[in-house]
Ligand binder design. Structure first.
Ligand code: ATP
Ligand code: MG
Length: 274
């Protein structure tokens, strides 16, 4: 059976490009012939909307439905309710129902393992599963990190995210110590990069100096561009919306780096967990 790699796209900081990256990496991988499932793990349902399902609250089967089924041990078809996007990715959608599920998780048995248990039922159908995390380090993100083989951290290249990164790296260490010893950090993806400003350049340098020895930083950098912001309301990827743009090229380069794998420089040890 072919191996499936599950990647959580994670940063508790809001608006750093997690959803845009999940969508364009997912479709980038599908364009390279990979079987891809993207999972919307944010009750805002942004990934679901970006992929073209505008009325998220009318979607009958969502990630919350699937996770409830696991918690209640209901026998159902794990593949039912998975949506198919015409650019070749499958989607497990979400809406505000996931908010209630997250609260419910707090008291559930094996609460960090629910998403993993579900994804284990469908992962043989895929080469990659990408989980778009919500901007917090709550139960849903802990479920994503427990289900994942690795984490990609989009970082907005406009200020030094020192505190948020330290918190995130500590959370990854805790997850490694408690629920997922093999979790790796694949790397930091610099997003919303404005190459014209000195601030962006010095911030990119500062991110490299501060975290480059601990976590790999992808060579590809995603430029800030109006087209990238527009595409999120079009229901299609940047490759379909603006194929010749710098953002499309950057996401294609990033996709190639992800395909070539690489977990080098990941020196975070579970012993670091506090
Ligand atoms: N390269 C880019 N250039 C310009 N705007 C972008 C770019 N990438 C994303 N955006 C816009 O920035 C905003 C935040 O992006 P996105 O929703 O992907 O971030 P997020 O980290 O998922 O946010 P949240 O934390 O709310 O889930 C969106 O309005 C999006 O359209
Ligand atoms: Mg998002």
């Amino acid at each position: 059976m072919p191996n499936c790699k599950t990647i959580a796209i994670c940063n508790q900081k809001g608006g750093v490009g997690k959803t845009t990256t999940t969508m364009n990496l997912g479709i980038g991988l599908a364009n390279k012939g990979k079987r891809v499932l993207v999972v919307d793990s944010d009750p805002q349902g942004d990934l679901t909307t970006c992929l073209g399902w505008q009325r998220v609250d009318e979607i009958p089967v969502t990630l919350a439905t699937k996770m409830h089924e696991i918690i209640r041990d209901n026998e159902t078809n794990p593949e039912s309710g998975i949506l198919h996007h015409n650019e070749g990715v499958d989607l497990i959608p979400s809406n505000t129902d996931l908010e209630g599920l997250e609260m419910y998780l707090v008291t559930a048995m094996s609460r960090e393992n629910i998403l993993k248990s579900y994804l284990n039922m469908v992962k043989s159908n895929y080469d990659y599963i990408l989980i778009d995390c919500r901007p917090s380090l709550g139960m849903l993100t802990l479920n994503a990190l427990t289900a994942a083989d690795s984490v990609i951290i989009p970082v907005q290249a406009q200020y030094l995210p020192a505190r948020a990164m330290t918190q995130l790296l500590r959370t990854v260490s805790k997850v490694k110590a408690h629920t997922n010893p093999n979790l790796a950090i694949d790397g930091i993806l610099l997003t919303l990069v404005d190459n014209r400003t000195n601030l962006a350049k010095s911030t990119v340098d500062a991110i490299r100096n501060n975290f480059g020895s601990v976590v790999k930083i992808y060579k590809a950098k995603i430029p800030i561009a109006v087209k990238a912001a527009e595409v999120t309301s079009k229901g299609k990827s940047i490759y379909a919306y603006e194929p010749n743009s710098k953002v499309a090229q950057a996401y294609a380069d990033f996709t190639k780096e992800v395909l070539s794998g690489g977990r080098q420089k990941e020196r975070l040890r579970s012993a670091d967990a506090r």
